[in-house]
Design a protein around this ligand. Structure first.
Ligand SMILES: Cc1cc2nc3c(=O)[nH]c(=O)nc-3n(C[C@H](O)[C@H](O)[C@H](O)COP(=O)(O)OP(=O)(O)OC[C@H]3O[C@@H](n4cnc5c(N)ncnc54)[C@H](O)[C@@H]3O)c2cc1C
Length: 452
């Protein structure tokens, strides 16, 4: 079984590897959303800029071709922590910029004639036990304290939640309009074509062996550039000099066959609202434009030494767990085939704080550490990197995630022990809460450990 988005996107364009030395203004390492949006906005702002994008495999090989297709305004650092770190005004500016980025993705897709199945139906976070319901209420109360009003986030009664989706065991939930469902594979492939048409050179099967000021070394050629952009997200730990900067964590997904109308009568999600619940270990789903449920979750173990291997894209235990959880949420799905199962690495900085930036002394720029919320965030990063590289001060370059530096992850074996221990704690907390309905003690411990 393979990746739904690869199987249902337009046929891929195969591009040649780099086989010579190159001189450009900007070289971008990584052909995912971050790299491609950066190339898109840079070239639009300066049509004379010479830009090359390289990818070790192909465009959309990474998380950008594998994700849940939530184009959401979620920033992995919550409003309380953001306000503590950067002040209320800055935190609000970032929240609004994220909301704008959701619309920007849809607007560019429409303007560029990209068919990416974009539907802005919002997101519903269900509460399915009393502990989750208490967390939903607390989230709303806390949000109000940070100026987040009813129009941006609202509490749903049981009946309101059930009018959006007929998921089992729903006690209530919260709803935000700031999320769209889209087809990730179509977005990444079509964006790459628009970028190429605008005059950007894309080289596939071209791995950067090292990134240094003004120079990217690849197997068959050296690329000299004034600015080098690192857009390598979950694969960053493989690069010399960045081994402990971002932690790769696998998220896994499944998808059903297209479901009949009768099933959709029960499931709902008529506006293609994305859905999750209030558990600690994130699950996420969407109703696809061709009538499937695409559903994913975290929980796969962290691999020693930040290893990444094709074999880790599939984990029979996690995929089976997702299948039974989906059937628990929507019993009507149980009789239908799971046609696709896949996964891939996302990236987490030590303080869970994404960042975008340009070091003017070295000419090295970067963006990433989006945790599992990079679809809209990478668009914001691309717009911001364009401004930074062109030396333009803007509202975007003043946002508090710009040039944010996270400390490095611990060396092994501490990293492996800490991360997998944390994952166990979170999974146990969810099980405890499902059983007892009471907020789990271990969850509170974890929240303290993570600093939230
Ligand atoms: C299963 C899954 C589900 C997710 N669901 C969602 C979701 O629903 N919503 C959301 O907002 N986010 C989601 N995410 C996260 C989101 O997909 C990512 O944050 C986002 O795609 C990151 O884009 P990127 O371009 O920075 O990285 P990537 O898409 O990972 O791209 C990095 C690229 O760099 C290339 N590369 C790496 N190293 C080198 C090198 N040395 N030389 C050359 N090329 C290199 C890789 O081949 C890759 O193509 C999910 C992630 C996963 C894995």
């Amino acid at each position: 079984m393979n990746n739904l988005w690869t199987a249902t996107a337009d046929p891929p364009r195969h591009r040649d590897p780099l086989d010579h030395d190159l001189d450009v203004d900007v070289v971008i390492v990584g052909g995912g959303y971050t790299g491609l949006w950066t190339a898109y906005y840079l070239r639009r702002a300066n049509p004379n800029a010479t830009i090359a994008v390289i990818d070790q495999a192909h465009v959309g090989f990474g998380a950008s071709g594998r994700n849940g297709g939530w184009c959401s305004a979620i920033f992995p650092v919550g409003p309380r922590k953001l306000a503590q770190m950067h002040g209320h005004e800055q935190a609000t500016a970032l929240r609004l910029a994220m909301q704008d980025a959701v619309d920007e993705v849809g607007a560019v897709a429409a303007a560029e004639g990209m068919q990416i199945d974009f539907a802005k139906g919002g997101c519903v976070t269900l509460a399915r036990n009393p502990a989750q319901l208490a967390r939903a209420r607390a989230d709303i109360e806390s949000a109000r304290g940070y100026g987040i009003g009813e129009q941006d986030l609202r509490l749903l009664s049981r009946d309101e939640a059930r009018s959006i989706t007929g998921a089992e065991g729903v006690l209530g939930g919260i709803y935000t309009p700031h999320c769209a469902a889209l087809h990730p594979g179509r977005l990444v492939r079509q964006l790459s074509e628009r970028v190429e048409r605008a005059g950007v050179a894309i080289y596939e099967q071209t791995a950067a062996r090292s990134i240094a000021p003004g120079l990217v070394a690849t197997e068959h050629g050296r690329i000299r550039a004034q600015v080098v952009v690192r857009a390598t997200e979950g694969y960053t730990a493989r690069l010399p000099g960045w081994r402990r900067s971002l932690l790769p964590i696998y998220s896994l997904m499944i998808a059903t066959e297209p479901l009949p109308d009768a099933a959709w009568e029960e499931i709902g999600l008529r506006g293609r609202e994305t859905f999750t619940d209030h558990r600690h270990l994130r699950i996420y789903g969407q109703r696809t434009a061709d009538g499937r449920l695409a559903f994913g979750g975290r929980g796969a173990p962290y691999h020693f030494g930040s290893a990444i291997r094709p074999a880790f894209d599939a984990d029979a235990r996690i995929h089976a767990g997702l299948e039974s959880l989906l059937a628990e949420l929507f019993p009507v799905v149980a009789g239908h085939a799971i046609t696709h199962a896949w996964g891939g690495p996302l990236a987490i900085a030590r303080d869970w704080h994404p960042s975008v930036g340009l070091d003017r002394t070295t000419g090295i720029a970067w963006a990433g550490g989006y945790v599992g919320d990079g679809v809209a965030t990478a668009n914001l990063a691309g717009q911001t990197l364009s401004d930074l590289i062109l030396g333009r001060r803007s509202d975007l370059t003043a946002l508090p995630w710009v040039n944010h530096r996270s400390r490095r992850w611990e060396p092994e074996p501490l990293r492996w022990l800490g991360v997998n221990g944390g994952l166990q704690l979170v999974a146990t907390a969810d099980r405890e809460e499902a059983r007892s309905g009471k907020p789990a003690r271990s969850a509170r411990t974890l929240a303290r450990l993570l600093g939230y």
